[in-house]
Write a new protein. Sequence first.
Length: 216
Amino acid sequence: MKNKDEQLSGMRVNYTKGQLLESEAGMEPFALFHQWMQEAKESEVKEPNAFTLSTIKDQKPSARILLLKGLDDAGFVFFSNYLSHKGEEMAQNPVAAMTFFWDHMERQVRIEGQIEKVSEEESIQYFNSRPRGSQIGAWVSNQSSVIQSREVLEEKNALLEEKFREVNPVPKPPYWGGYRLFPESIEFWQGRPSRLHDRLIYTKKENNWIRERLSP
């Protein structure tokens, strides 16, 4: 009988769905990211804007899944509780990495760069677009803190639903808002047969992007 490690070692997929050539990629990484995101939306990918955010605190890495909520010529925007673990980590060390993985398309994108908070106006604008339950939830949760039970959370939610019952829109908590990652490198990865994957990395040099091919 095979042990669990042997069963895992035999799991593999041969990637055959696409290619990534310089002649098709162009020299502008934001344009290529928009193209790949649109193709992910049109495919069977669930929540194509989901990504892994990796941060560092006290020289230790930490990672979790978030949702991309904005993209402009400056960078990639997401929102969170500023007092959460990731908020504390980015306050101490304002750099981060984002990884998107679209399994149906055999693609991933890796992004690294500096982190800054977005403006209060931008945070309010996005907060006002959220469903009312999510707005109240931002007040309910002291994100990443220890709580005694699920009932504590639900009781607090009921109290705040009553508090904001006639308040519209629900105000944004002062400890909640957005971040923008200003990319310094963006790598596009396309799975290929025999693990000979295509990897193109765009690195920012002053105001220009340099494109290079990486060995798989």
